[in-house]
Design a binder for this molecule. Structure first.
Ligand SMILES: Nc1ncnc2c1ncn2[C@@H]1O[C@H](COP(=O)(O)OP(=O)(O)OP(=O)(O)O)[C@@H](O)[C@H]1O
Length: 625
């Protein structure tokens, strides 16, 4: 270390990431080479892009390439590139901190759960720090394109790094790994070559290695990869392994992709797209941050920008990949992309490709589709609201629980439902509820269950909102079991059943009137239920009211919600209603009326307005008062 070297501390998270990377990825240690080559390739892409606006950035050194060399005596491995390079400030910013939000919580969860396996830490994106799996000292010398200063960043991965001025004749970055004892396999040309061919063949820039003579590297370099953009190569020349390796490069995912679609389109628009569906959601997926990354826009093979936001609808934000357009101008800006009709068309075409792919998986590989659904189903559901043009296709891709299996994880499609519909049944029935148990045990389901009619159980937060955008599917209306009145037709009832019910309803009129009087304006109405067969009462809403649990959720989140009062439906054949009817004491009758209302609230998952009052009323009833 020279006198001019300054010492810096790593940001605290870095140390933890390093520890996890080194320990959990040791068995996959060759990953470091992929990561360093991947970073070098990104740096070349960035330079090519910046040089579009500033051609003199490339100077005399036009060639973009990555060199890999080794020195057995010094026990070093060197990866260098002629990419964009880093300034002193960028070295500090990029190699001493971790920019992804949520990192700390994720790391703590990993360590607490003792689950720091390769898959998990890999998902997090290991990047540059993976160099420390095999090296006990790493020196990064870099010179930013357009600058004549170079700096060397050095660290032993022990919490500190140093920075000092350096000499480097040309732009780019050189990373020297001082290998740990026992890592000699990376000082072998044959091993390195085979690693590069297996994992980095798809890199679009030449990766060069020294030609060997008598087992030793010479000064002459040769290109060891294909060095052509993978998506420009014919499909039949590419293996699954090629696609998976490329996926890891574009997505920074450590695991494999679930599926991909690779297409060349010629005609009005000319473009190539290669789109991947990941197998697992990244750890920070879901929020708005970072999620719009992942689709790289190239124009005539030149990387332009990450343009997921302009090129894919928000509900497909899990898709990763590349689009390479022949038509867009090389100087395209984000603003231009936002307002271009050509881009709208591209977006529609890409959306179609992804939906085609998902449909194909759903049809041919249902197990795999469920895996996809587990990771990204909730995101895809947003599409019903966001993309009316593809509503039918998205509805077909929907998977939900239902009363048929009555298991939370046994999911069915709307087509499965339709295939099981009863003769005469006209609607697709569903229930939305706040949680699985509230859904499957809801009293609202009794009559339909009794008739063997299946009901979709929508118990996730997004469901109430999502289903609001889907009023019919395949010419069948979707109906909420807790909203509106059931008609005999919808239930598939015969005329005689309807007549019996009407008679019972008439008989129960005095009970209904007494309940109305007792409950006053707590409820909108009281009526005899067609829904209930076992429970004494339940709450229902008008056809277009917002579900009660949704009203509660919005209120809790501080929104103004127009209060939609529920209707109390009763089952006159239940003994509790007979007891209510026979009660002569006014106070006790009032208590019973409120208990009927409150237990319906509880069954529906609501919190009571007056829990202490409920307890008092219930105790009075239990004691036979
Ligand atoms: N060879 C290089 N040339 C120029 N910049 C580089 C180079 N290697 C790394 N960087 C910079 O350092 C940053 C951090 O790299 P690192 O590999 O840790 O993370 P990443 O590539 O952003 O994402 P991931 O963690 O998913 O790999 C990069 O985003 C880039 O800006």
């Amino acid at each position: 270390m020279s006198a001019a070297a300054e010492t810096f501390e790593f940001q605290s998270d870095v140390q933890q990431v390093l520890r996890l990377v080194i320990h959990s990825l040791y068995s996959n240690k060759t990953i470091f080479l992929r990561e360093l080559i991947s970073n070098a390739s990104d740096a070349c892409d960035k330079l090519r892009f910046e040089a579009l606006k500033q051609p003199d950035l490339t100077g005399d050194q036009q060639e973009l390439r990555i060199d890999l060399s080794w020195d057995k005596n010094a026990r070093t491995l060197t990866v260098s590139d002629t990419g964009i390079g880093m300034t002193r400030a960028e070295l500090i910013e990029n190699l001493g901190t971790i920019a992804r939000s949520g990192t700390r919580a994720y790391l703590d969860a990993l360590e607490a759960g003792q689950k720091a396996d390769a898959q998990l830490i890999g998902q997090f994106g290991v990047g540059f720090y993976s160099a420390f799996i095999v090296a006990d000292r790493v020196a990064v010398t870099s010179r930013r394109a357009g600058s004549d200063e170079a700096w060397t960043w050095t660290s032993a991965g022990d919490g500190r790094y140093t920075l000092e001025p350096a000499e480097q004749a040309t732009r780019g970055t050189t990373i020297v790994l001082h290998l740990k004892d026992g890592e000699d396999e990376f000082l072998d040309g044959w091993t390195l070559r085979s690693q590069v061919r297996t994992y980095s063949d798809h890199i679009g820039f030449p990766i060069r290695m020294p030609v060997e003579k008598d087992g030793a590297p010479t000064d002459e370099f040769e290109v060891v990869n294909q060095a052509s953009a993978l998506w420009t190569r014919p499909k039949n020349e590419l293996s699954d392994a090629d696609y998976q390796a490329f996926y890891k490069h574009v997505s920074h995912d450590f695991g494999d992709a679930l599926a991909w679609t690779h297409n060349r389109v010629e005609g009005n628009q000319n473009f190539t797209s290669l789109l991947f569906v990941p197998a697992k959601a990244p750890f920070d997926f879901g929020g708005e941050r970072d999620v719009r990354k992942g689709l790289k826009l190239y124009i005539k093979r030149v990387f332009i920008m990450d343009a997921a936001e302009q090129m894919l609808p928000n509900y497909l934000r899990f898709v990763r990949g590349v689009i390479d357009s022949d038509d867009l101008p090389l100087n395209v800006s984000r603003e231009l992309l936002q307002n271009s009709r050509g881009v709208e068309k591209l977006k529609a075409a890409l959306t179609r490709r992804v939906l085609d792919l998902l449909e194909r998986i759903a049809r041919d590989e249902p197990e795999k589709y469920l895996e996809f659904w587990k990771a990204f189903g909730a995101t895809l559901k947003e599409g019903l609201a966001e993309d009316p043009a593809n509503k039918d296709r998205l509805a077909k891709l929907l998977r939900v629980a239902s009363t048929h299996a009555n298991e939370r994880d046994t999911l069915i499609s709307l087509d499965d439902y339709i295939a099981r519909m009863k003769p005469g049944q006209s609607a697709i029935w569903y229930l939305t509820a706040d949680g699985w148990n509230a859904a499957r045990n809801s009293p609202q389901l009794e009559a339909l269950r009794g008739r063997g009619i299946e009901v979709l159980l929508l118990h996730e937060r997004i469901d109430e909102w999502m289903i609001g955008y889907l009023d019919s599917y395949a010419d069948k209306k979707l109906k909420h079991v807790a909203k509106g009145e059931f008609s005999a037709d919808e239930l598939g009832d015969a005329g005689s059943e309807t007549a019996t019910r009407e008679a019972a309803s008439k008989d129960a009129q005095p009970v209904v009137d007494k309940l109305k009087a007792a409950l006053g304006d707590t409820v909108k109405d009281v009526r005899v239920s067609r829904r209930l067969t076992q429970s004494p009462s339940c709450l229902v809403l008008e056809e277009y009211d917002m579900a009660l649990h949704m009203q509660r959720l919005l209120k809790a989140a501080g929104h103004e919600v127009p209060a939609a009062k529920p209707i109390l439906e009763i089952n006159p054949s239940h003994p509790l209603l007979a007891k209510f009817d026979g009660e002569t004491d006014d106070a006790r009758r009032g208590d019973l009326a409120f208990l009927l209302f409150e237990q319906a609230q509880l069954a529906e998952g609501a919190q009571l307005d007056d829990p202490a009052g409920f307890v008092r009323r219930m105790n009075a009833l239990l004691l036979g008062g």
